[in-house]
Design a protein around this ligand. Structure first.
Ligand SMILES: C[S@@+](CC[C@H](N)C(=O)[O-])C[C@H]1O[C@@H](n2cnc3c(N)ncnc32)[C@H](O)[C@@H]1O
Length: 211
């Protein structure tokens, strides 16, 4: 939000903004505080319950981002922080839906874990700095329960795949931002750490515009 990729905060006032894969709706809460009219959408009822518990004075919608329950041209802007797109086999379907519900000139800004991280173990220390898998291997990462049912699936797209997906959906790619690890952040969690963050990007943010 600090990067102002959706525009300066004062320009968000009274804008209709859709957040997909919202989880506990952190982005929507920030948008509402700027005077925007956010709608937070997630496929998980449980995630939206967290948003409700924290307190959300805006609509929460439980739906699949691949079949958005909104009329064409309903929103000025859309965003996603690591939501929905990494978890669907065909992200172009989701991107086309976003394009459909945006008004002409509208922006969709989304972040994903930077695709280069696919090639490295998800470890915060030095062991997370050696390539252990092919960047080009698109086989999804799957976790299963005892009955062999998939309970978590993440799909890998290379940077080039993501650019082509955005263009195939009819968007213009305006920017691809790779934020650097901030000097003030000394925390470690999961595969995130100052050590890795200073050497390889952790996040890729795509700024897309609807013609
Ligand atoms: C990594 S979490 C990110 C949540 C939140 N944006 C954040 O930054 O904390 C990914 C979210 O995407 C949601 N999601 C996954 N597939 C989805 C889909 N097809 N449609 C909508 N949401 C989806 C998940 O339920 C989950 O809440």
């Amino acid at each position: 939000m600090e990067a102002e990729l959706l525009g300066p905060p004062e320009a968000l006032k009274n804008k209709d903004v859709l957040e997909i894969g919202a989880g506990a709706a952190q982005c929507s809460r920030w948008l509402a505080a700027q005077g925007a009219r956010p709608v937070a959408l997630d496929i998980s009822h449980r995630q939206l319950q967290h948003a409700l518990r924290i307190g959300s004075a805006f609509p929460l919608v439980c739906a699949d981002a691949g079949a958005l329950p909104f009329a064409d041209g309903s929103f000025d802007l859309a965003c996603s922080a690591y939501g929905a797109l990494p978890f669907v086999a065909d992200p172009v379907v989701v991107l086309r839906e976003l394009r459909r519900v945006l008004r002409p000139g509208g922006r969709f800004v989304f972040s994903v874990t930077h695709p280069i991280r696919w090639a490295f173990p998800d470890e915060p220390g030095p062991e997370g700095l050696s390539v252990s898998a092919s960047y080009f291997d698109r086989t999804p990462y799957v976790e299963q329960d005892e009955e062999g049912r998939a309970v978590y699936v993440e799909h890998h797209r290379t940077v080039g795949d993501r650019v082509r997906d955005v263009v195939a959906a009819g968007f213009r790619l305006v920017d691809l931002v790779e934020p650097e690890w901030p000097a003030w952040n000394s925390s470690e969690w999961g595969g995130w750490s100052p050590l890795r963050g200073s050497l390889i990007p952790g996040t890729a943010i795509f700024v897309c515009e609807r013609n």
